[in-house]
Design a binder for this molecule. Structure first.
Ligand SMILES: N[C@@H](CCC(=O)N[C@@H](CS)C(=O)NCC(=O)O)C(=O)O
Length: 262
């Protein structure tokens, strides 16, 4: 195990942490795991892959420059100059981006019976919906609202599907299911944590309006694997956070809603 953790803000030291010695569970089936290196930005989406590996008890190397987001990004840019994004993952000799795809790849090939519902179950469609909803609709609309609302705070609800509607969809699901993948914790829960944190921490939505999301967050954050991820991937807490929006348009339903029966 190599471990070279630099001081906060140090330009000289790239944190190189190889984890896995404490792994509790070997893969029950699936093909052997190649060497995996996660190129990481503290507090960003690359936490998803660290968290996944901790849930699975799989070995991995974590690369980031502690306390220095731009420095961490420089290492990512060197690997992936056209779309430098976190996570970027070295999987054997392949360089991969897109957190959902990376998680699906690792589970499908190396842990096929773990962290997702059985394909024949009623939960499986919901699991897939939230695996993709996290980035495809929720994160996309949160960040487009954030940019627009910073320039011009909204006075009324948009006729388009806005941030609040997106979080309400998650809240409605959690009134009927304990987890985004249905009966059990799954990779859909890992995908949903980042955008739901963005929604409340940047004041895109009022957290008090979504008690099921708040309860889900509390129980999910209590998972030992999540706590291990925080200790390794966010050692100094959240750094370089975007400013939260000021108070904006009163929230509430735009029209009577009938939640889907899923
Ligand atoms: N859909 C991608 C999004 C990746 C992404 O945008 N990551 C952010 C950090 S959370 C990033 O690298 N931003 C840098 C930039 O946009 O230039 C995923 O899920 O991996």
């Amino acid at each position: 195990m190599t471990m070279q953790i630099g001081r906060r803000g140090s330009l000289a030291v790239l944190a190189g942490l190889a984890f896995g010695a404490t792994a509790q569970a070997a893969p029950r089936k699936g093909s052997p795991l190649p060497d995996i290196t996660i190129y990481h930005l503290e507090g960003r989406r690359s936490e998803r892959i660290v968290w996944l590996m901790e849930e699975l008890g799989f070995p991995y190397k974590l690369e980031f420059k502690r306390g220095d987001l731009m420095g961490s990004m420089a290492a990512i840019r060197a690997l992936s100059p056209i779309v430098p994004m976190a996570p970027t993952v070295k999987y054997g000799d392949q360089i991969l981006v897109e957190s959902g795809a990376i998680m699906d790849l690792i589970v499908t090939r190396h842990a096929p019976d773990r962290l997702r519902p059985a394909e024949a179950s009623r939960d499986f469609p919901n699991h897939l919906v939230f695996m993709h909803y996290a980035e495809g609709s929720l994160a996309a609309r949160l960040f487009s609202d954030y940019r627009a609302w910073r320039a011009q705070p909204p006075k009324t609800r948009s006729p388009m599907v806005d941030s609040e509607a997106c979080v309400q969809f998650a809240e409605d699901h959690l009134t009927r299911h304990p987890w985004f993948g249905g009966a059990d914790f799954s990779t859909a829960d890992i995908m949903m944590m980042f955008p739901l944190n963005v929604a409340t921490s940047l004041n895109l939505v009022d957290a008090a309006q979504f008690p099921k999301v708040a309860a889900w967050k509390a129980k999910t954050e209590a998972r030992p694997a999540y706590q291990r991820m925080l200790a390794k991937a966010r050692p100094d807490g959240l750094i370089g956070a975007l400013p939260a929006l000021p108070a904006h348009a009163p929230s509430g339903p735009r029209a009577p809603r009938t939640p889907p029966a899923n």
